[in-house]
Design a protein around this ligand. Structure first.
Ligand code: MIC
Ligand code: SF4
Length: 644
């Protein structure tokens, strides 16, 4: 039977396990990507492994999230990351050079290579045929230290694209359509591989928009074939030598096939507060819009912004709208400047920010009270923008520009002639903000500011665990809810004692105080607990507060692994109805927990809840059980990989 692209790349990199869906496999990783908000922890963790130099073929450390320097913290982190990269053999992309996923796509993406990144949107690189997976920082640290990446072999879904998109309908609408059909948990345990005659009509940046938002489906990864279109993109980046063709075998048998007729799609929009809350733009026509933000790793490529410029030249921004633009990278900005499109953005009335994540992670551009903000981003969970009761809608750049011009949501097709923007023959190639590692690493001193605090560690798993249910939450709780970001909290990513005060802050500001008073305890969750970002702070900070286990109906992939990596037990209700029977304040005991986990075959754990017993399941692999027994991945990896 023929293989999919996902299977072909995995087969080339397989070092442990069998390539069958649901099985744990270990794959060799060629490259890593880290960003500043998760990178400082990854670096501290790598340091704790006591390995002198990264062992990957290429590791790049980016600064893109914490570029708002309202105090010393972020600037100190940048200096730390720069000195760390130089000493340990990583490339360093300076603040201002752009969003990790966009810069990676432009300067490093290589078909057929494996990439792990400490950011959930790492699969953006799948737009150029890379097998790219988002994980927590500790998993990246272990990979930089020479460990394979351990994942559950996903099922492979073939997304068959037919035809071509109509003018004003965008790649963003393709992924919004998938989110509408599959929901934010539809991709858990699955990889999305794009195929069909429609693939060739999409450019690499358009493909990257689609694979980027595969993260919102909860997918392990998303990938496009590597074809002439990929070669064409790499040529414009002066990297044609990085190309190799990649296609699924003709007789491939996908686990499921989803078909999308591109020419039947219409402009779509996700309403607050979930990326899968998708409607037709025309259904919302007339809704007053106060702010429009174009940018983020989903939609901030040269073609996105050049098209914006051409439309703004024709029609200016509505007087009541504030239009913010964050270019994805310095290359995008420089290319716009060289081709005269930057002028169109300014003269049309846009506010231009530096190339960074910016408003996407609440670092600026927070919307006003009771106002509507429409964004080309990928996430719209309540409060993520920095305004607690925000009303953020997600849409294509085309739909965003139409709203900026009209001051209300309008179908972009009403704007008339579509400006067909081509990519330039050559993008502006200027890697001056990407620094090479030092050739004399022993002379490099790591620069550590006062906000960088030592890593907290967890002891080995005790024989028995007991405590109180500190909080009970519902379905689809994102890591933004568990560990919020934004301008106030994000600068504390290197300081776990300080950031842990904000765990569940917007649900219960006293959560961290209560956790401390109770010496930790338990969390109860619904379906898809921990969806969204890869931030391991949503596990480290609860670990620091003494959380012992999270008992939920189901978990999102990255967060579940992060919990295990930090010695917190993710456990599932054997009978989901038991969720209803546990309230905040209940007393839970996990008797003989070490022994229970060792009874591997049953994969069951019995919990005593206020004296009654409840059956839980765990689905840990033998390796994960060892990690949990060691008190987390750091203790485990140190033992296993430090030598050699
Ligand atoms: C996000 O989009 O939520 C982030 C910020 O990029 C996160 C990483 C982080 O929290 O640092 C992600 O997507 O993994
Ligand atoms: Fe940055 Fe937003 Fe992309 Fe996360 S989703 S990497 S915060 S631009």
């Amino acid at each position: 039977m023929g293989l999919s692209i996902v299977e072909k790349i995995i087969r080339e990199h397989l070092v442990e396990g069998v390539m069958a869906a649901g099985e744990e496999i270990g794959i060799r990783i060629d490259r890593t990507l880290t960003q500043d908000a998760t990178g400082t922890m990854a670096c501290l963790q790598f340091e704790a492994l006591e390995i002198p130099r990264v062992k990957t073929e290429l590791s790049v450390s980016y600064v893109d999230h914490n570029t708002l320097q309202t105090g010393f913290e972020n600037a100190d982190d940048h200096r730390f990351l720069q000195s760390f990269a130089s000493k340990y053999g990583m490339y360093f992309s300076k603040p201002g050079n752009g969003i990790c996923h966009q810069v990676n796509l432009e300067r490093f993406s290589t078909p057929g290579k494996t990439l792990v990144g400490s950011d959930s949107h790492t699969p953006t690189a799948g737009g150029a045929g890379m097998l790219a997976i988002g994980v927590g920082g500790l998993d990246v640290a272990a990979v930089m230290g020479g460990s394979p990446l351990y994942i559950t072999m996903p099922e492979v879904v073939g997304v068959e694209l037919h035809g071509e998109l109509k003018p004003w309908v965008a790649a963003k609408d393709v992924i919004l359509e998938l989110l509408r059909r599959c929901t934010v948990k539809g991709g858990v345990g699955r990889a999305f591989e794009y195929c069909g005659d429609g693939v060739k009509s999409l450019s690499v940046p358009e493909r990257a928009t689609i694979t980027n938002m595969g993260a919102e489906l909860g997918a392990t990864t998303s990938i496009f074939p590597s074809d002439e279109v990929t070669l064409d993109f790499l040529r414009r980046e002066d990297r044609e030598n990085d190309w190799r063709p990649l296609a699924a075998d003709r007789d491939v048998k996908y686990d499921e096939i989803i078909t999308i007729e591109l020419d039947e799609l219409e402009p779509l929009i996700a309403e607050p507060y979930s990326p899968d809350n998708v409607k037709s733009v025309s259904d919302l026509s007339g809704l007053k819009v106060d702010q429009v933000v174009i940018g983020a790793c989903t939609n901030s490529s040269y073609t996105d912004l050049a098209m914006t410029s051409h439309i703004l030249k024709r029609h200016g921004v509505h007087p009541d709208v504030s239009l913010h633009i964050s270019p994805g990278s310095k290359q995008v900005l420089e290319t716009l400047a060289r081709h005269g499109e930057l002028e169109g953005l300014f003269s049309g009335g846009a506010r231009i920010g530096e190339p960074s994540c910016g408003g996407c992670i609440g670092m600026g551009a927070a919307p006003g009270t009771d106002t509507v903000s429409i964004r080309s981003f990928n996430r719209n969970w309540k409060g993520r923008s920095g305004t607690p009761d925000d009303r953020v809608y997600l849409a294509s750049v085309e739909t965003c520009v139409a709203a900026a011009i009209h001051g209300e949501i309008r179908d972009p097709r009403e704007l008339g002639r579509y400006p067909q923007v081509q990519m330039p023959e050559r993008f502006v190639i200027n890697d001056s903000m990407i620094l090479e590692p030092s050739r004399e690493p022993e002379r490099v001193k790591i620069l550590r500011g006062p906000n960088i605090k030592p890593l907290p560690r967890r002891e080995a798993l005790p024989e028995e665990m007991s405590g109180t249910v500190l909080i009970k939450v519902g379905d689809n709780i994102s890591t933004d809810t568990i560990m919020p970001a934004g301008a106030e909290i994000l600068p504390l990513r290197s300081n776990i004692p300080a950031i842990s005060k904000y765990v569940f802050h917007h649900v219960d500001p006293n959560f961290s105080k209560r956790a401390k008073e109770n010496n930790g305890g338990f969390i109860i969750g619904g379906e898809n607990y921990g969806q969204g970002s890869s931030r391991e702070h949503a596990a480290i900070a609860p670990m620091y507060l003494g959380i012992k286990a999270v008992i939920a109906k189901s978990f999102a992939r990255i967060h579940r692994t992060n919990l295990i990596n930090f010695g917190i037990l993710p456990l599932r209700f054997a009978n989901p109805n038991d969720y209803e029977t546990i309230e905040e304040g209940a007393e839970i005991t996990l008797p003989r927990i070490r022994a229970q986990l060792e009874e591997e075959k049953t994969k069951r754990v019995v919990a005593m809840v206020d004296g009654r017993s409840i059956a839980l399941t765990h689905e840990y692999t033998p390796r994960q059980i060892e990690i949990l027994k060691s008190g987390g991945l750091l203790n485990y990896t140190k033992r296993r990989y430090a030598q050699g």
